[in-house]
Design a protein around this ligand. Structure first.
Ligand SMILES: [Zn+2]
Ligand SMILES: [Zn+2]
Length: 398
């Protein structure tokens, strides 16, 4: 009864969701500059009668919807959507292409906003029966991996404290009409590291008077690969990549220093901690054994996105009732990162993928590409799954 009501309430505004997405697509704003975007969201949420808070994490917006069927003991669920665009010059002939040169919604966050607002509209229409509280969190600066932390620090998860959090990422590699849902990790952690090997420069023909940091760096690069093969469970996945290596100036000169930059991806908090710590230890010990020194530093990173099995099951059942199990991919782990991880670390939740590609229509460009686009059929489907899952979570006893 209710689930059919959600379907009708979402599909009644299909044209509006598309129009909202296209408007946002034409007016992309970069991380922490999402002022027009945040205003549009806040105005819509106020129009719907939600309690609205702005300025959380600088440009984040929270809207609180209290169902009329809520009781003193009923639950609260958070629906999270990210809102920022990327510094990319869009390559598109569509009438809704970006009007801001060099800025583009190339990750589908415009669709996430439309979906979040669609969920709010549908649940407001059904407010009389809504058995709890839904908190909508529109998060800035996902692409800089710092908006979620700032929003949470500013109180996005207080008053009320959610019991669970759900969210989705549109996914162009998956066909529209399919979704990816699995318990446990779905997006990887993403960390950046720097290694600076210091030796002692000299003449390339007189190595015995030097300490060659190029040879030391080569040993370190090789040694780092043993962290995955020898120190992480063969049942876990992880990546250590040295993506940049620089040292030396001439063919016959031994350099003083070599600088390396790399990234680490894991799906498990303990693996992440272990690898990051061991990169430093291994590099420093290899360097020391070869008479050099090595400095190790990490830049801001994000933890893996790990879905709670219980909440993931609820989302899976909600999606299965809508599109059938045949259209749900459970082998859907990705090596990209997303700061939804901070919400998922705070309360049990589920992050899942909603197909947005359509090979027949030529919508195949990857995320973060200048030709990225979505099949807008994903908007109604995404909103229906999120709204149904939120409702089911509220019905679950604490
Ligand atoms: Zn992205
Ligand atoms: Zn994204």
């Amino acid at each position: 009864m209710t689930m059919a009501g959600i379907h009708d309430a979402v599909y009644a505004q299909a044209a509006d969701l598309s129009a909202i997405r296209r408007d946002l697509h034409q007016h992309p704003e970069l991380a922490f500059e999402e002022h027009r975007t945040a205003n549009l969201i806040a105005e819509e949420l106020r129009r719907l009668g939600l309690d609205v808070r702005t300025g959380l994490g600088r440009t984040g917006v929270v809207g609180i919807l209290r169902g009329d069927a809520a009781t003193a003991t009923s639950r609260t669920v958070m629906v999270r959507a990210d809102i920022d665009a990327l510094p990319i010059l869009e390559d598109s002939v569509q009438p809704y292409r970006s009007q801001a040169a060099g800025k583009m919604h190339a990750c589908g966050h415009d669709g996430h906003i439309a979906i979040g607002l669609g969920v709010a509209r549908a649940l407001v229409a059904l407010r009389a029966d809504l058995p709890g509280t839904v908190v909508f969190a529109f998060q800035p600066a996902e692409e800089r991996a710092s908006g979620a932390e700032e929003m949470i620090r500013d109180g996005a998860m207080r008053d009320p404290r959610p019991d669970a959090v759900i969210g989705l990422h549109l996914w162009s590699p998956f066909q529209v009409g399919t979704v990816g849902i699995k318990p446990g990790p779905i997006f990887a952690s993403a960390d950046e590291f720097t290694l600076i090997v210091r030796g002692k420069g000299g003449h390339g023909a007189v190595p015995q008077t030097s300490v060659d940091p190029v040879v030391v760096a080569a040993q370190i690069v090789t040694a780092l690969q043993t962290l995955i093969s020898r120190e992480i469970s063969p049942f876990h996945q992880a990546v250590v990549t040295v993506g940049s290596i620089h040292g030396g100036t001439a063919f016959n000169v031994i350099a003083d220093t070599v600088e390396m930059l790399g990234t680490v991806r894991t799906y498990d908090a303990a693996d992440r901690e272990h690898i990051l710590r061991r990169i430093g230890e291994l590099a420093q010990n290899v360097a020391q054994s070869m008479r050099a020194t090595c400095e190790f530093a990490t830049a801001i990173g994000i933890p893996p996105c790990v879905s709670d099995p219980g909440i993931a099951t609820i989302v899976y059942e909600a999606a299965a009732a809508i599109i059938g199990e045949d259209h749900i991919l459970t082998d859907c782990m990705q090596t990209v990162g997303d700061d939804m991880a901070y919400f998922l670390n705070a309360v049990p939740g589920c992050y899942f993928l909603v197909g947005a590609g359509n090979t027949e229509k030529g919508i195949t460009a990857p995320h973060h590409s200048a030709r990225f686009d979505i099949d807008e059929g994903c908007l109604t489907l995404g909103a229906e799954i999120l709204a149904s899952a939120a409702w089911k979570i509220l019905l679950t006893q604490a």
